[in-house]
Structures are given as structure tokens and as C-alpha cells.
Design a protein. Structure first.
Length: 351
């Protein structure tokens, strides 16, 4: 009887652990370049929302630093600034700044580079997605709309774009976002926006920025999201969505039909999909801001969800991670990783 009780208790204890703990992934060998960016003497990184490289190897960093400006007009507040977009050469040397004091730069969440080397910025608090040309001098496309003003005190009810619009988190079927987090494209140039924190949906647009459809709402079922933290699209047009609060990555076809989901990845926050004959998916189990000493590892997966391995853990030293929000994997074994918690970029080499 005592032996049976011991077995039952052991089984119960095992069941209480997350699936990731029961299915340990192999550890990948890797190195980290210390201080890979050469910054001007009077410029510093803040929380790193996004990192991305173009086809020439130049690096772009969208960071929560700068001087936000707020002006009052009657009972309303108008805000801009507070985030900056920096450009570096392939060796990490500072080249300049793009969009300084832009009306849409408030709270950096992501930067991505499309196949034509255009620069896309996703700003969480202005609720805008902005496309710059490769030079960074011209704005080509704007998605979303920053509120003209912020009422003081704030209006009761849901944020703009979400109130009385159907199920919680579904937003409205248009390009008004509520704290978007990421952007991706398919081979036809269609644009997919993770409208992911205030709302919990994916919005699809054609290459000219015309709204096509959206899917998702708050929830835990297939096609529902706790939050939409990151997004990626493969060569076949399948859409991969980091559903952090539900501890999974969901996969949809190009029209938003649910296909499958990947678990055993902790709390997915950042995605990056490589290209080529055998593409792989990187997923960050980012440690939450209220407990920065747990999780932190980055997983490498095949597109069927098979885990190839993982590397890293929470911490503040090189080769450790503090709330990863962005991964660039243009080269499968040489990654750029942006951290919110450690205010830095690391260059990772897998061996």
C-alpha cells in the first residue's frame, strides 16, 4: 500500500510540472558577442523592442529611449516621441537615426525588414505600423491611426477600436489597432499585423494596405488568443502566431483557418522564421517582467513543431536573456536578439 501511494504521489507531482519540464529539449551550443554595437558617446539604448537586418547586413534597432513630449489642450493630452530607430552597419557601427521625433514613435515594439529592404516599425502605444523606404527618408505606407488625443480622465470602457465591436479582443474589422505588436508578409506581399495586446487578433491587408479580413479574439480555444505577441509567415503562406498567455504557438493557413498548435515552449513572446530549403522557427520563452529570474530560453523548431533544441536562460550576463522581445534570424546560425529587460542587443552564434 505504501509503495502504491508513493507511485501515485510521484505521478501527481510529475503532472503538476509544465509539459516543457517533462520534455526537456537538447541544449544547443552557442556563443555571445559582448557589446556588439558601437554607439555614439551621447546615445544609449533603452528597452529594445525590435531588431532586424536587411539583405546588406545592416542592423536596425527600435528602442524605448528618448524624450516623450506631452502637451495639454483643455481636457486632453497629446503625446509623441519616446522611442528611436537606430541604424548600424554589418559590423555594429552606428550609422544614424531614422524618423527622429516622428509623430508615430511612442513605445517601440518591433522593427522588421521586408524582402524589398523596406523598414517597418510597429509602435504599440501610437497603435501604428509605419513603412519606410530602404533609405529611411520616406514614409511609404501607414496602417492604423494614433488617437488625436487622450482624454483626461480616460473614457470608460474598452480602448478605441474595441468598444462595442463584438467578442472581447476581436477589435473592429478595419485597420484601427489597439496596441499592435508585430508585422509579417507572405510571398504575394499581403501584410499581416499582430493586433495583439489591447485586441487579440491578426489583421490581413493586401500589398497596398487595403483591409482584407481579421481573425481571433480573447480566449483559450483554437483561433483565440490571450495575447498576440509575435507573428511570422512561411513560404507556403502559413501564419505562425505567438500566443504567450496560452503557452503556445498557433498555426493558421493564409486565410486564418486554424491548422495546429505547438506547445512545450513556455511563454512564447518573440518569433523568427528562417528562409531556405529547410526553414526553422525560433521561439523565445521570454521571462515575464514581474519575475525576471525564470525561463528566458530560446527554442529552435522545425515547421512541424519538432523541437530541435534550446539555448540560454534568464539572467543579466552575456549568454543570458532578460525578456527577449525580438529575434533576427536572417542567418540561421547567427542571430541578433533584442532584450527589454537588459536594455541591450546580443549577437548569438550557434555552434
Amino acid at each position: 500500500m505504501k509503495r502504491l501511494l508513493t507511485v501515485l504521489l510521484s505521478a501527481a507531482a510529475l503532472a503538476a510540472f509544465p509539459a516543457a519540464a517533462q520534455n526537456a529539449a537538447p541544449e544547443l551550443n552557442y556563443d555571445s558577442a559582448a557589446n556588439p554595437l558601437v554607439m555614439p558617446d551621447d546615445i544609449y539604448l533603452g528597452e529594445v523592442g525590435g531588431v532586424a537586418t536587411n539583405s546588406q547586413g545592416e542592423l536596425f534597432v527600435y528602442t524605448r529611449t528618448g524624450h516623450p513630449t506631452v502637451s495639454l489642450g483643455g481636457s486632453r493630452a497629446f503625446a509623441h516621441g519616446g522611442s528611436r530607430l537606430f541604424r548600424f552597419d554589418r559590423n555594429g557601427r552606428y550609422e544614424g537615426e531614422i524618423g527622429k521625433d516622428s509623430y508615430g514613435f511612442m513605445f517601440a515594439n518591433q522593427v522588421r525588414i521586408d524582402p524589398q529592404n523596406n523598414i517597418w516599425v510597429v509602435d504599440q502605444m501610437s497603435s501604428m505600423v509605419m513603412e519606410f523606404d530602404p533609405t529611411g527618408r520616406n514614409v511609404l505606407l501607414l496602417l492604423g491611426r494614433k488617437a488625436e488625443a487622450i482624454p483626461i480622465p480616460a473614457r470608460a470602457g474598452a480602448a478605441e477600436g474595441g468598444a462595442n465591436a463584438g467578442p472581447p479582443g476581436a477589435g473592429r474589422p478595419q485597420d484601427v489597432f489597439d496596441r499592435p505588436t508585430d508585422v509579417a508578409w507572405d510571398s504575394a506581399g499581403n501584410i499581416f499585423v499582430a493586433d495583439g495586446l489591447g485586441n487579440a487578433r491578426v489583421a490581413k491587408f493586401d500589398r497596398d494596405g487595403k483591409f482584407i479580413k481579421s481573425w481571433g479574439q480573447k480566449g483559450a480555444g483554437p483561433g483565440q488568443f490571450a495575447t498576440v505577441r509575435s507573428i511570422a509567415v512561411d513560404a507556403q503562406g502559413n501564419v505562425y502566431v505567438a500566443d504567450g498567455g496560452n503557452h503556445r504557438v498557433q498555426v493558421f493557413d493564409n486565410n486564418g483557418t486554424y491548422k495546429t498548435e505547438f506547445r512545450n515552449l513556455g511563454n512564447p513572446q518573440a518569433l523568427c522564421l528562417t528562409t531556405g530549403a529547410t526553414p526553422t522557427l525560433y521561439v523565445s520563452d521570454s521571462n515575464p517582467p514581474n519575475n525576471i529570474d525564470i525561463a528566458g530560453e530560446i527554442y529552435k523548431l522545425r515547421l512541424d513543431g519538432t523541437i530541435i533544441g534550446k539555448f540560454g536562460h534568464a539572467g543579466k550576463m552575456p549568454k543570458e536573456f532578460g525578456t527577449v522581445n525580438a529575434i533576427d534570424c536572417r542567418n540561421e546560425n547567427n542571430l541578433w536578439v533584442g532584450e527589454v529587460g537588459n536594455l541591450r542587443v546580443q549577437r548569438i552564434t550557434l555552434r
